[in-house]
Design a binder for this molecule. Structure first.
Ligand code: GRG
Length: 326
């Protein structure tokens, strides 16, 4: 099949969609009598601080790639960005990553206070599902999206992945059944299963990221497909695309923590090494990590070829993930 539209380097194809979703964020966070002003201000502060808007743009692109009208997917785009923003607010809290800077501004708890930051995250999380349930039409598609996003954001997805990540960093948080396994990961020997220590650590890292960041990215794609009424095979194809893109995104994030510029990133860099975190470049080296990320993006793009030219903007977005500098 002829695939004619070449994505241009440095010219993300999704500016138009980003503008559309940012206007929708403002509508959904408009002042109302039922929400205390400080809470609303705190929610708006983090949502409107910027960010690449990858997930909401992916929702709209996936819907479009399946022949749907992206306007119908705007509530799902808003919902997923609200979930993502809640996770960043909570991730920055002193009990988690304890960060001072996010999206180029003081983190939510630094700008407001810890209690307000926790409630702003809670508010965005619940509002996301209110928006999906009320504004995605028809009702059976709304229900499918609620289930999709809830399972991606919850204990089997992002929240469970965050817990596993924390447990990897903090031995005192290990499950009692985990203690023996953790010990063997510290050793340098080849295990009984014949896997090297490095292979096992890469698998462990992959398992964490598939949940912590991967599931949400996949949900962006599958919700977009569901709203376009895509058939089951197409939704599965988008899910596979999302899985590959999600892992590549995480490798790129680890690489940016080493090679990135703090001003462009809008957050502290070189924290992973300081905290002794398990990362792809730490385990595989810079070159091999770049190679793995490229292979994943190639696989992602190959997997959506059945979409034909309608999938080209999704491909361009996938390639942007590796080219980004923030
Ligand atoms: C607190 C429940 C809970 C979960 C937190 C996703 C997450 C789980 C924490 C974020 C930690 C982190 C920096 C992970 C690396 C990948 C990632 C999600 C980066 C931030 O996403 P971007 O690059 O951010 O899409 P912007 O600001 O562009 O939206």
């Amino acid at each position: 099949m002829e695939r004619s539209i070449a994505p241009r380097k440095g010219r993300p194809v999704f500016d138009e969609f980003r503008k559309i979703v940012e206007e929708a964020f403002a509508r959904y966070l408009a002042p109302s009598d039922d929400c205390p002003a400080r809470l609303r201000e705190s929610m708006r502060y983090s949502v409107e601080a910027g960010g690449k808007r990858l997930r909401p743009v992916m929702v709209l692109l996936a819907c479009e790639a399946c022949g749907g009208d992206s306007a119908n997917a705007i509530p799902a785009a808003v919902a997923i960005e609200f979930i993502h923003t809640y996770s960043l607010i909570h991730d920055d809290l002193p009990a988690m990553d304890n960060d001072d800077l996010r999206r180029g501004r003081p983190t939510n708890h630094k700008q407001f206070d810890e209690a307000t930051a926790i409630l702003a995250g809670d508010g965005l999380l619940t509002l996301a599902f209110e928006i999906l349930a009320r504004d995605i039409k028809p009702a059976d598609v709304a229900l499918a999206c609620v289930l999709d996003l809830a399972s991606a954001a919850g204990v089997g997805g992002m929240v469970g992945g965050q817990m596993a990540d924390l447990q990897g960093e903090r031995p005192e948080m290990a499950d009692s059944s985990q203690a023996a396994g953790t010990e063997s990961l510290e050793s340098d020997q080849t295990g009984a299963d014949g896997q090297s220590d490095q292979t096992r650590k890469v698998s462990q890292l992959e398992a964490i990221h598939l949940r912590k960041t991967g599931r949400l990215l996949r949900s962006a794609l599958t919700m977009g497909g569901r709203i376009a009424k895509a058939d089951r095979n197409t939704v599965e194809m988008l899910d596979h695309f999302g899985k590959c893109v999600g892992l590549a995104f995480q490798i790129a994030d680890d690489l940016l923590d080493i090679t990135g510029d703090e001003a462009k990133m809008g957050k502290g860099v070189r924290k992973d090494a300081e905290l002794g975190k398990l990362t792809y470049p730490g385990l595989l080296g810079l070159e091999e990590s770049r190679r793995q990320a490229q292979l994943l993006i190639d696989e992602a793009c190959r997997s959506i070829q059945p979409l034909g030219d309608r999938g080209l903007r999704l491909e361009a977005l996938a390639r942007f993930i590796l080219e980004r500098d923030h």
